[in-house]
Ligand binder design. Structure first.
Ligand code: 6PG
Length: 234
């Protein structure tokens, strides 16, 4: 595990953009494609905005990037809460990326879950192995939509799962823990003082109770933090 701490959220986003450039170049040189999973929520907005601008934009071979989503809220793709909508507005509508695979959310049903799983397998093979999975971190220790108290973290016999999040009164669709842990690289992007407590618990205290603690990829695990989120780390 590697921890990188940046003075500001902008510097954190620049580091994440440089990681995309580095890993995509390596993957495309090796196998002609780069499989990446985008995180949701608000943190990645800065990263996506940067990736759509120079100098980062033209450093990336968008034609060979295969862009998936780590999780999605079960709302229409044009809904304000949609992770896909946020990624489109900040990045995907601004670059020529022909291989983008949003999670189907017209309904929370087995068919949509199986469909996304077969998309993953169809594009990446079995098991699907991402070159890079971006993850966010909730103050409750969730990541993707693997929320505590839902049992989602323990579902290991499928690639994609649906989870009802009581406290949000909403359904989510998420990659499962095994798919994330098969990744060659997993990068948490975490910013803000509101995450300082959970970051300390997960990275330092390790109580073994949070879903994010189970992210232990076969490949590299990188924590990209801004100073505020890293505030309580020794
Ligand atoms: C989502 C995410 C979720 C997110 C964390 C952090 O759909 O909300 O995938 O796991 O990454 O909740 O969210 P913020 O970046 O908004 O703090």
């Amino acid at each position: 595990m590697k921890i990188e701490i940046y003075d500001t959220p902008d510097l954190l986003a620049e580091a994440a953009a440089s990681l995309w450039i580095k890993l995509s170049r390596q993957a495309i040189a090796r196998k002609g494609c780069f499989f990446v999973s985008l995180s949701g929520g608000s943190t990645p907005r800065r990263l996506f905005t940067l990736l759509a601008q120079e100098p980062f934009r033209s450093e990336i071979n968008w034609q060979q990037c295969y862009i998936f989503f780590g999780d999605e809220r079960c709302v229409p793709h044009d809904h304000a809460e949609s992770n896909y909508r946020m990624a489109r507005e900040t990045l995907l509508d601004k670059v020529d990326a022909p291989h983008v695979f949003p999670i189907p959310t017209n309904d929370v049903n087995e068919a949509n879950i199986r469909q996304y799983a077969s998309t993953l397998i169809g594009e990446m093979g079995q098991p699907p192995v991402f070159d890079l999975v971006f993850l966010g971190l909730g103050a409750d220790g969730h990541t993707a939509s693997l929320f505590p108290g839902t049992g989602a973290i323990n579902i290991t016999d499928r690639e994609v799962l649906a989870v009802y999040v009581e406290k949000m009164n909403s359904w989510r669709i998420s990659l499962s823990l095994p798919v994330i842990n098969h990744a060659r690289n997993v990068a948490f992007l975490v910013e803000g003082e509101g995450k300082a407590d959970i970051v300390k618990e997960i990275i330092q205290d390790k109580p073994g109770v949070y879903p994010a603690e189970k992210i232990q990829p076969d490949g590299e695990l990188l924590w990209c933090l801004d100073k505020a989120a890293a505030e309580k780390l020794k």
